[in-house]
Design a protein around this ligand. Structure first.
Ligand code: COA
Length: 170
């Protein structure tokens, strides 16, 4: 399942990187150090190496977005029956707000269409207004709330906003 996305990316200039172009490559065990380093900078409650390993072992779609050797971001998604669940999408902090998150969502939509999925699903922390804005801009809607879904600090919990995007076919 960890195949290269069907979305063939055209040459994408990376701001400040001269002629370097961005590309997707499968997330492999060799890339987990770099992924973990970004994960730990991007989240208050990052995925652990074990979480990432489990995802790869489960055969989830896991792709890295690279510019040369630099990791711009990554996404992990789990296909189900006519649906795809986005589990993790992260852009490395220095590269945020430059369109890479949107590009990864677009690639995810193309990949999900290739599977003939009807719906894309995701959960996002209620406090993560920024990510919710990005998803809303890409056409997702808020469709529900999971109470206490995420760990917070001192044993407290935080709600998840459930968002979905129907995938339409002509
Ligand atoms: C959420 C995240 C993946 C978005 O990636 P990004 O590369 O920073 O976002 P983009 O630059 O592609 O922005 C996508 C769209 O959202 C808009 N947007 C981005 N940040 C925004 C903000 N803070 N407020 C409002 N709109 C915002 C952009 O203007 C853009 O809209 P457009 O396509 O209409 O121009 C990235 O910020 C990130 O990794 N954050 C930390 C980890 C995280 O929260 N992941 C999601 C967990 S559910």
């Amino acid at each position: 399942m960890n195949a290269v996305l069907p979305a063939t990316l055209p040459a994408i200039p990376v701001p400040g990187s001269g002629a370097v172009e961005a590309r997707f490559e499968p997330m492999t065990a060799e890339r987990l150090d770099a992924v973990l380093a970004v994960e730990q900078r991007a989240y208050s409650h990052p995925w652990t190496r074990g979480n990432l390993r489990d995802s790869l072992a489960a055969g989830h779609m896991a792709q890295c977005l690279l510019a040369g050797d630099e990791l711009l971001g990554y996404l992990i998604a789990m296909p189900g029956y006519r649906e795809v669940h986005l589990l993790n999408i992260t852009v490395a902090p220095p590269h945020q707000r430059q369109g890479w998150g949107r590009l990864m969502l677009d690639a995810l939509v193309l990949w999900s269409r290739g599977l003939r999925a009807d719906t894309l699903w995701l959960e996002v922390r209620a406090s993560n207004v920024r990510a919710q804005q990005v998803y809303l801009r890409r056409g997702f809607s808020r469709v529900g709330l999971r109470k206490g879904y995420y760990p917070l600090r001192h044993g407290e919990r935080e709600d998840a906003v459930v968002m979905s995007l129907p995938l339409e076919y002509a």
